[in-house]
Design a protein around this ligand. Structure first.
Ligand code: ADP
Length: 669
């Protein structure tokens, strides 16, 4: 065994790898950037090394800095996780030169599969089926357009060096080809420093089915069955499951054999994934990922294997722990990726502080892979994934029940996440019936991207009770410190000289303001709102935990205070209420609606409009590149462009005002 392994990564995957290392008795060394000094993976490691400032290029992607840390740590091997340097052939070679084992495939295999076009050429030779398309070296614009016509629209343009859905464009009509090509090239250049593309026939209702493979240095290669990753947004997976619904044993053997052939064709060693796109009865090779995938836990759950342990053993030169015959599938596993993102705004990454974070209790049926803790900040520097929830059960239906329960036991306050969106998918009848393909999210968008739920009377009453208990605790603390602990000024029972003991609290939910009248009783409160009355009492615990008793009925809830608002968590749902301060001015209500603001820091890469131009609601205004992806901002109203504050190429800060639209009438003069 290795004595110590350095994990060249952060977040959940760093923690997940350390978990296995610890079980195997291997010490782990973490690396971290200045932004991650307090991160979970640093706290979990046996030792941790600072390698540079927050931006990934100056830390987690800096090969020299990572290797220097590994030397300092006297690590014998390096596990790259996924992302960052995991598919970097130069890094794999540099590890070997520095005398350390790279826990991953040989550099040549990474290189061979690093280019989608070169990989396709190699697979073609190995007899693995390919999607009809063009993957040649000649990148002449006219030739690419001619190839697209030849393939037949719709086509998909992909970055040759691509990954993570970046640099991809669907083109429906020949007349849109040139603009889409320019966009794909721009995004590819920004993300990978390589603007080459390939073109494929765009399949309209395909499923993404991938096969986990493993090979050792003794010539053994096996597959560990398939994963269905068809639930995607922006070509990126959000939910994965294994086995794939509807997969027959014959088809599984066939795809498994193709995947193993793909691995053998490039001299593969270690963990890899061969991705296929499947439509009707056909399946085609898409690409091979030469690392551990984000979604590997579903395979671990159904196969009963620890893939990180397999990686370590293969890196040590051992033979694969199992032969193909010894591997079998038990039950069904589903994974969801919890992202800090705003589903309503085209899945724009979100940032913030995790004021409250609760995950379901882990056990044989529920696994939580996370790299954050309550109080941590989700920044724009790194991938916005907060955690993965994985459930396992004997069949798909039962697993889905587990998933719904796990999602409703998850609570996140302080950062916008896709939790309600994931819960909506898990509850959707089409998902339940396994009617899935890569168009699932787009097709059911209206059922999945929910408007925030209106706040009901019960939620209001819970918020009110929490506020009253909070005030009582605060004044109790104040009284204890005061020189006059029995002064009537510390009393929060609403007692007033010669007046009935009641007071009022007002809450605002969007436009609606509700006043709750509170009567103070010996055993609690009586709350009157919207013509109803409830006898309320309760206990406020840690972090906003709240035990509620309404008219003798008890239930748990949580109420967290955030920027003057109360966030109520009740039965798996989250509500935000503003507690109205009686002195608060109502002045800046009529704020201009025409401000177009950068939702995150980024670079302006395209402007669609000029001052004076008329735009309609929904019209594209500006394209920002942030986190190496392009985000298009559209007009939220009909109007005239009054002012544009930035030009193409400018860097903008989060919240920067990019342009102003004004109403058409206002501009008529
Ligand atoms: P990346 O490496 O950027 O993740 P992939 O080649 O793996 O890109 O493709 C990502 C996703 O894009 C696939 O899972 C699938 O949903 C979609 N996709 C890829 N190729 C096609 C195609 N030819 N037709 C339709 N959808 C496709």
């Amino acid at each position: 065994m290795f004595g110590k392994v350095l994990i060249a990564n952060r977040g959940e995957i760093a923690c997940r790898v350390m978990g296995t290392l610890r079980r195997l008795g291997i010490r782990s060394a973490a690396i971290y950037s200045e932004a991650d000094a307090q991160a979970a993976h640093v706290a979990m490691a046996d030792e941790a090394h600072l390698i540079g400032p927050a931006p990934a290029v100056e830390s987690y992607l800096d090969i020299a800095a990572v290797l220097a840390a590994a030397k300092r740590a006297e690590a014998e091997a390096i596990h790259p996780g996924y992302g960052f340097l995991s598919e970097n052939a130069v890094f794999a070679e540099a590890c070997a030169e520095a005398g350390m084992v790279f826990i991953g495939p040989p550099a040549d295999a990474i290189r061979a599969m690093g280019s989608k076009s070169a990989a396709k050429t190699m697979m073609e030779q190995a007899g693995v089926p390919l999607v009809p398309g063009y993957h040649g070296d000649n990148q002449d614009l006219g030739l690419l357009a001619a190839e697209a016509n030849q393939i037949g629209f719709p086509v998909l343009i992909k970055a040759t060096a691509g990954g993570g859905g970046k640099g991809m464009r669907i083109v429906e009509r020949p007349e849109d080809f040139d603009e889409a090509l320019a966009g794909a090239k721009r995004e590819a250049l920004a993300a990978f420093g390589d603007e080459r593309v390939l073109i494929e026939k765009y399949l309209t209702k395909p499923r993404h089915i991938e096969v986990q493979i493993f090979a050792d240095t003794h010539g053994n290669a096996v597959h560990l069955f398939e994963r269905d990753c068809s639930i995607q947004r922006r070509y990126q997976k959000v939910m994965e499951e294994a086995p794939a619904p509807g997969m027959t044993p014959e088809r599984r053997d066939e795809m498994g054999a193709s995947a193993v052939a793909a691995a053998r064709a490039c001299g593969y060693v270690g963990a890899g994934t061969v991705e296929f796109i499947a439509e009707d009865d056909a399946y085609y090779f898409m690409e091979m990922n030469t690392r551990l995938q984000v979604e590997h836990p579903v395979t671990e759950m159904i196969a009963g294997q620890d893939l990180v342990e397999w990686q370590v053993r293969v890196a040590l030169g051992e033979a694969l722990p199992c032969s193909q015959d010894e591997l079998s599938i038990a039950g069904h596993a589903i994974e969801v990726r919890l992202y800090a993102e705003d589903t309503a705004r085209d899945f724009l990454p979100a940032t913030g502080n995790l004021a409250r974070l609760r995950f379901p209790v882990e056990g044989p049926h529920v696994r939580v892979d996370s790299g954050v803790r309550q109080g941590d900040t989700v920044s724009h520097h790194y991938d916005p994934m907060i955690a993965k929830l994985i459930v396992w059960e004997r069949d798909r239906d039962t697993a889905l029940g587990r998933l719904r329960a796990a999602l409703s036991a998850t609570e996140i306050v302080g950062v916008t996440t896709n939790l309600p969106f994931l819960a909506a998918i898990a509850a959707h009848s089409a998902y339940g019936a396994a009617e899935i393909d890569t168009g699932f999210i787009a097709r059911h968008r209206d059922d999945l991207v929910l408007e925030s739920m209106p706040v009901g009377d019960e939620v209001l009453a819970v918020a009110c009770l929490a506020e009253l208990l909070h005030r009582r605790t605060e004044s109790g603390a104040a009284a204890e410190q005061s020189s006059e602990p029995f002064s009537p000024w510390h009393d929060t029972t609403g007692w007033r000289l010669n007046i009935d003991t009641h007071s009022r609290l007002a809450f605002r939910d969007g436009e609606t303001e509700t006043v709750v009248t509170v009567y103070y009783r010996a055993d609690g409160y009586e709350l009157a709102l919207n013509g109803k009355q409830v006898r309320a009492s309760g206990e406020l615990g840690q972090d906003g935990d709240l035990l509620v008793e309404f008219n003798g009925r008890r239930f748990p809830a949580a109420v967290v205070r955030l920027d003057g608002d109360l966030i109520v968590l009740l039965r798996g749902r989250t509500f935000r209420l503003h507690l109205v301060d009686p002195l608060e001015s109502v002045a800046d209500e009529a704020e201009s609606t025409g401000r177009v603001v950068a939702p995150m820091p980024g670079k302006v890469v395209q402007l669609y409009v000029k001052p004076g131009e008329a735009v309609q609601r929904g019209a594209p205004l500006i394209v920002l590149e942030a986190m190496k992806m392009e985000h298009r901002l559209s007009a939220e109203m009909d109007g005239i462009v009054a002012e544009v504050f930035y030009g193409t190429g400018d860097l903008v800060a989060e919240g920067a005002e990019l342009m102003i639209l004004k109403e058409r009438d206002a501009g008529a003069a």
